[in-house]
Design a protein around this ligand. Structure first.
Ligand SMILES: Cc1cc2nc3c(=O)[nH]c(=O)nc-3n(C[C@H](O)[C@H](O)[C@H](O)COP(=O)(O)OP(=O)(O)OC[C@H]3O[C@@H](n4cnc5c(N)ncnc54)[C@H](O)[C@@H]3O)c2cc1C
Length: 387
């Protein structure tokens, strides 16, 4: 089915991706009374704030998940199950994976991010990416089955940033909750964990990991998979690939940062390598004033931002203003990133809160994170589920 061009008297606003930004926009449907609004997404919405807890078994799958089709319908937006594969920005047409073509007057892209992962080898360990978030649920179910059979899997977690640390701790929590054993090794190519965090917080974290029997290895640059494990080069070794080494693993979880989603280059829009779709401060794609992008897939041309939900929420407000301005001919507003007050890691049974040079680790930090995440979800997304 090809969708005809929007009727001349009724512009069409096409939202692609049911991410944290676009679900905010659904509530603001009334700000685009003159437009037909469509939301294209292949699956469901997962609130990233509960992703780590879902892996560790503290949150059920339903706790951070919403149905975009139901939400869109409730707000008078037409839902379309589908995946965008390419664009014709000149003709203002979006092509979906199943062959459908959608014409648009205004387009907004909220396509999220991916977690890069070298291809698996066969035979070889099971390989897991941390995005899309349902992969974490699949990992949990797979490990639970192994634990139930009495196995003690060897798990290598790649990445010494917030995600790698959270994933390693959650896996330990999952094993303990199921009364099982697992060998957990956290590896990073750097010489320390949590680049940029205060030294005291990192020392606290190292003690926390040691108490949970999580081994940490530094200077390990994982390059690929091999039968029974992963291959790596030592980061300080001058021989490059000639110094290939091997680590035993049954499962390898790649959590070494978030990258642009796959296939962005097919959209024919300007990109910033390794960061995503280039956007001006108005969130418009340079040279295509009717194409906007926000959230993890967007890369501000004048500033590098960490990929965080709070930035997404601020972008949603500016995006709504600017889409509305573009429809009515009003002036556009620049997006000015706000300071994120605090970041808190969910380590399963404890939290680690970091604010600039200050930090705080323990159960209260975790309770604080859970409360903030719950409030964020309830305030911005969950209530939309009500009929
Ligand atoms: C394990 C983990 C824990 C995290 N914890 C936190 C945290 O505690 N706090 C925090 O601030 N951030 C956290 N993050 C980061 C957070 O995930 C992202 O910043 C946030 O999810 C980005 O939201 P988004 O709106 O850009 O995209 P997403 O919410 O990822 O949504 C993207 C949407 O686009 C859709 N899509 C993708 N491609 C297409 C296509 N071609 N066509 C149509 N639809 C498409 C997808 O189906 C998805 O629905 C975490 C990330 C991970 C991996």
């Amino acid at each position: 089915m090809n969708s005809p061009s929007p009727r001349a008297e009724r512009p069409r606003l096409l939202l692609v991706g049911a991410g944290h930004v676009h679900l905010q926009l659904l509530r603001q449907r009334r700000r685009f009374p003159q437009a037909e609004v469509m939301l294209v997404d292949p699956g469901g919405f997962w609130h990233a704030g509960v992703a780590a807890g879902m892996l560790g078994g503290q949150h059920g799958a339903s706790e951070g998940r919403l149905d975009p089709v139901r939400l869109a319908t409730h707000h008078g937006v037409t839902p379309i199950r589908g995946r965008l594969v390419s664009l014709d920005p000149e003709a203002k047409r979006a092509h979906l994976e199943d062959g459908r073509t959608l014409a648009y007057s205004l387009l907004s892209l909220n396509l999220g991010s991916s977690s890069p992962c070298p291809p698996p080898s066969s035979p070889g360990p099971r390989v897991w990416a941390i995005k899309p978030i349902p992969r974490l649920l699949a990992l949990r179910h797979c490990l639970e089955r192994e634990f139930a059979r009495g196995r003690s899997p060897r798990i290598v977690v790649v990445g010494g940033g917030a995600s790698g640390v959270e994933v390693a701790c959650q896996l330990r929590g999952l094993a303990r909750r199921r009364g099982a054993r697992a060998e957990i090794l956290l590896v990073t190519r750097d010489e320390r964990l949590l680049e940029g965090a205060p030294a005291g917080a990192v020392r606290w974290l190292m003690r926390h990991l040691a108490r949970r029997e999580i081994t940490v290895r530094f200077g390990v640059n994982v390059g690929g998979h091999a039968p029974g494990g992963v291959t790596f080069t030592a980061a300080d070794h001058g021989w490059g690939e000639d110094s290939l080494q091997w680590l035993a693993a049954d499962h390898v979880v790649h959590a070494a940062g978030l990258a642009p989603p796959e296939g962005l280059e097919r959209l024919g829009l300007p990109l910033i390598p390794a960061r995503g779709l280039a956007v001006e401060e108005t969130l418009q794609s340079p040279g295509s004033p009717d194409v906007f992008a926000a959230g993890d897939c967007a890369a501000l041309m004048h500033r590098v931002l960490p990929k965080l939900i709070l930035h997404d929420l601020h972008q949603a407000a500016v995006l709504a203003d600017n889409l509305s301005a573009r429809l009515t001919g009003g002036p556009l507003t620049p997006y000015v990133p706000r300071q994120v007050a605090v970041t808190i890691l969910d380590l399963g049974d404890q939290g680690l809160a970091i604010r600039g040079r200050h930090w705080w680790g323990g159960r209260l930090a975790l309770a604080w994170k859970r409360r903030l995440d719950r409030r964020l979800f309830d305030k911005h997304w969950r209530h939309q589920q009500r009929p």
